[in-house]
Design a protein around this ligand. Structure first.
Ligand code: SF4
Length: 316
């Protein structure tokens, strides 16, 4: 059985988990190649105009995989933490896929952990029942897969980039001249096409990069607890919590916010972060990069270099 996983969106957060789970049952996991212009152009054909860039790209990856696999893994991720949600575009993906013709069969569990009685093990058994009737085997496969995800996440917490991301030109151990917190969704930042290779550009300037994934969840939750109203958009909460945390870290010289044009959660997190940073005693410069399919790389390079020069003058 060949199962396709698009290299986009939730791939960057959960790929090791699902890959390990499926291969435990002897399935072959096929991942689409890194994003390219053709994928974006094809993906854009299937979505409505208002959709953000990462979702357009997702459709390009689905289109690439559809004739190469028996099943496509397309979960509907509504919520991964109680009383918090992903984003409407993210959770609506399985519905929008009807625009693509001749899709293979979908493995599309709904992951919605908002309510106390919505349990992940039910999702695991639902997906696992495709391969086996033995509950023990399914749960054992899940337990092994969870260990792979733990290792993946631990790499980030150790301030290195997991191997699966194929970010090979950056050596975090060699400390750079400047430390910059780069705040952005993992599916933008670690997708070299979408981020226009931002991480490697910063590495060439000998900048050490700190991202949302390098802050543990407990710290993020603690940081956002100073906000009087609960932030129920999970992505926005993580971005804000990480930015608040890095703001307090003396060695961080500045921030780069990278987001997609038309992103609702980012419009909240970016303005709340800027507001908070301005209100603290610590003043750190922020560069906001908003990307869409018309963004030119030369313009991005100029802005990064100008920001780097500014920070260097302040710090060195
Ligand atoms: S959070 Fe933003 S970038 Fe991500 S899917 Fe939703 S709208 Fe798009």
């Amino acid at each position: 059985m060949r199962i396709g996983i698009p290299r986009a969106l939730s791939y960057y957060k959960y790929f090791p988990l699902w890959k390990e789970f499926f291969t435990k049952f002897g399935a072959e996991v096929v991942v689409s190649p890194p994003t390219n212009k053709k994928m974006l152009d094809l993906g854009s054909k299937y979505v409505v105009d208002e959709i953000c860039l990462p979702v357009k790209v997702y459709f390009g990856h689905v289109n690439y995989l559809k004739d190469k696999v028996d099943y496509l893994f397309v979960p509907r991720i509504v919520s991964v933490e109680r009383n918090e949600y992903t984003c409407p575009k993210f959770m609506g993906i399985p519905d929008m896929l009807v625009n693509i013709e001749n899709l293979p069969k979908l493995i599309g569990p709904t992951i919605d952990l908002t309510k106390r009685d919505n349990k992940l093990w039910k999702v695991v058994l639902e997906v696992g029942s495709l391969f086996s009737k033995n509950t023990y085997l399914i749960l054992k496969a899940w337990s092994d897969a969870s260990m792979s995800l733990k290792k993946y996440n631990q790499d980030w917490l150790n301030q290195s980039f997991p191997e699966e991301l194929m970010i090979t030109n950056i050596d975090k151990k060699e400390q750079g001249v400047l430390n910059i917190a780069v705040i952005g969704h993992e599916y933008i930042l670690y997708d070299k096409f979408l981020s226009m290779n931002l991480l490697e550009k910063l590495a060439k300037l000998k900048v050490s990069v700190f991202t949302i994934e390098m802050v543990n969840q407990k710290t993020i939750n603690k940081e956002v607890s100073i906000i009087p109203k609960k932030i129920f958009w999970n992505f926005a909460k993580n971005a804000i919590g990480a930015a608040f945390y890095y703001n307090k870290m003396g060695e961080i010289s500045g921030f780069i916010n990278i987001s997609s044009f038309g992103c609702g959660p980012d419009s909240i997190s970016n303005s709340m972060t800027v507001h908070h940073l301005k209100n603290t005693q610590i003043t750190k410069p922020i560069l906001n990069l908003t990307i869409d399919e018309h963004t030119g790389e030369a313009g991005i390079n100029t802005r990064i270099e100008a920001f780097y020069d500014l920070l260097k003058r302040r710090v060195v």
